[in-house]
Design a protein around this ligand. Structure first.
Ligand SMILES: NC(=O)C1=CN([C@@H]2O[C@H](COP(=O)(O)OP(=O)(O)OC[C@H]3O[C@@H](n4cnc5c(N)ncnc54)[C@H](OP(=O)(O)O)[C@@H]3O)[C@@H](O)[C@H]2O)[C@@H](O)CC1
Ligand SMILES: Nc1ncnc2c1ncn2[C@@H]1O[C@H](COP(=O)(O)OP(=O)(O)O)[C@@H](O)[C@H]1O
Ligand SMILES: [K+]
Length: 486
């Protein structure tokens, strides 16, 4: 499991460790690790041009010490001092090693560098970058040389991943002691490039993480697998209510996700047209044409999925109400969420409820503008959990899963090619299958997102290793191979 922390958590741990060590030890450890990564990125250190962007805090200090180490190995190191003050010991070290400071025009220094080291701000950054940091961040992002961010790309909020205004786009982010939330969650994540963690001995002083990310191994351990004594009922029966006379594809895709994720049995119920399509695509499913909002005739299930393509009219409302009135876990997606936004009282129940909104759907549920949710996913998924009393999986470029009193789980798999119609329907079927197999809502949602993202990557990757477009059904089709590989 990968773990990540807020800036405050990192600072508290750093203080505890620093109290036991001679002054400057941590910064030397950080700078040494940084210089090793930088040296490894350059074809040769000797003679290469390195531009240091140095802010007024310790982030700038790290850059200066690392620059000194590179200068000692023959790099031509130029430091742009952007702050109202500069880390003095770091500056002396750089000068002693043969590095120099440069005056304006700064963008030229950045432009001609083989390597740009962004030491403007780290965990001490707050809000939009001010000038001249802002201009330097833009210049770094446009640089033709490699860009390495020190601890956090400047302009990215380390605790939340929020980015207001320009920020440095790095190929590599070298982070110290522990990963910060903002390196795992978009929009911040997309500025980091590859993240390299330098151990500075912080481990024993870190609290419980604020954010975690499951690995393939974690998901493999959590996934239910059939044993010798298994039968289809004991493996888990999932009930899916989806689709409508007009929208039949969502039903087919949700059932596809469930069948391919390994459901013991899928019971599908819906409008006549949706049932016809599901039967044609998935003869494995047992189907019921719903004549009115009665779910009692569908048969016993261990978990329900309701919502994809369902519509939002009176009948849909009654179906959502009826399913949430049962005492088994329920996953609500798509139109089901729009129905819930109109009447949140349906969420008062004792069995687990998993909600799988994208930012637009969560915007309706919380009455918060979509762009605010996308700018601060962790905060909003937490707020949704508290306000709605459910487990919440917020979809999007970074998918996050939250449950009360547990760290937010950030999904580490997926591809931007997933941004295509119907892939969310497949996810609902995977999540429902894992719920029906007995996983907790938190585990079912986070494992479903992980498998869904792996399947999408597999489906979109060609023989050349490059990625290309996928259809939602390709994601469902790739699931068995992904589960085999775990
Ligand atoms: N502690 C440790 O043990 C270790 C810490 N380490 C390193 O220290 C880093 C933290 O250092 P830090 O606390 O000095 O803060 P830092 O990130 O340099 O930024 C603060 C400065 O930025 C400025 N500033 C802020 N926002 C701004 C904005 N929007 N736009 C413009 N300016 C802005 C603000 O300026 P001011 O407002 O004061 O003018 C302030 O002076 C950490 O990330 C890691 O790299 C490692 O060496 C390992 C050991
Ligand atoms: N830019 C992106 N990068 C990665 N995954 C994405 C991106 N945009 C959307 N996704 C994923 O694609 C799926 C889309 O689901 P959803 O929005 O419900 O679409 P639909 O309703 O068409 O099925 C979700 O799993 C979401 O996390
Ligand atoms: K930085």
């Amino acid at each position: 499991m990968r773990t990540a922390y807020t800036s405050d958590q990192i600072r508290t741990a750093e203080r505890a460790l620093m109290a036991l060590l001679p002054d400057g030890t941590l910064m030397r450890r950080a700078a040494t690790g940084l210089s090793v990564v930088c040296a490894g990125l350059l074809p040769g250190v000797y003679g290469s041009r390195v531009a240091l962007l140095v802010g007024s805090g310790d982030n700038g200090g790290d850059a200066l010490y690392a620059g000194a180490l590179l200068a000692r190995r023959g790099a031509r190191v130029e430091a742009v001092l952007a702050g109202s003050r500069t880390h003095q010991a770091g500056l002396e070290a750089l000068r002693e090693a043969g590095g120099r400071t440069v005056e304006a025009p700064w963008p030229d220094v950045v432009r001609r560098a083989d390597l740009v080291v962004d030491g403007l701000v780290g965990i001490g950054g707050a809000g939009e970058l001010r000038e001249p940091y802002r201009r330097l961040a833009v210049a770094a992002s446009e640089a033709s040389g490699l860009v390495v961010a020190v601890d956090v790309p400047s302009g990215v909020d380390a605790s939340t991943g929020r980015v207001e205004g320009p920020a440095v786009r790095a190929q590599v982010t070298v982070t110290f002691g522990a990963c910060k939330n903002g390196l795992l969650v978009d929009p911040g994540r997309s500025y980091c490039g590859r993240v390299e963690l330098v151990d500075i001995g912080l481990g024993p002083y870190l609290p419980d993480p604020d954010v975690v990310s499951l690995t393939d191994e974690d998901v493999a351990d959590l996934l239910p697998r059939p044993g010798a004594e298994s039968d289809k009922y004991r493996r888990g029966v999932i009930g899916i209510i989806a689709g409508s006379e007009r929208f039949t594809g969502a039903a087919v895709l949700s059932v596809g996700g469930a069948v391919r994720a390994g459901a013991g049995l899928v019971r599908f119920a819906g409008a006549k047209a949706a049932v016809g399509q599901v039967r044609a695509h998935w003869p494995e499913a047992i189907t019921t044409v719903l004549d009115g909002p009665s779910v009692a005739d569908v048969g016993r299930v261990q978990a329900w999925v309701i919502g994809p393509g369902l519509g939002t009219g009176e009948e849909a409302r009654e179906l959502v109400r009826a399913v949430l009135a049962t005492d088994v876990p329920v996953l609500v997606d798509a139109d089901g969420l729009t129905v819930l936004a109109g009447d949140r009282s349906m969420l008062r129940r004792s069995a687990p409820t998993v909600l799988t909104p994208h930012a637009g759907e969560l915007s309706r549920l919380l009455d918060v503008p979509r762009d605010r949710i996308e700018a601060a996913r962790i905060a909003h998924v937490r707020r949704a959990v508290t306000e709605l009393g459910a487990i919440v999986l917020l979809k999007g470029s970074t998918t996050v899963v939250a449950q009360e009193d547990r760290p937010v789980r950030v999904n580490a798999t997926g591809t931007s090619w997933l941004a295509t119609g119907g892939t969310g329907d497949v996810l609902s079927g995977i999540g429902g299958t894992l719920l029906s197999a007995g996983l907790s809502g938190y585990d079912a949602a986070s494992c479903a997102a992980h498998l869904h993202g792996l399947a999408a990557r597999l489906a979109s990757t060609g023989n050349s290793g490059g990625q290309g477009p996928i259809a939602a059904m390709d994601v469902a089709r790739a699931l068995p191979q992904v589960i085999q590989s775990l």
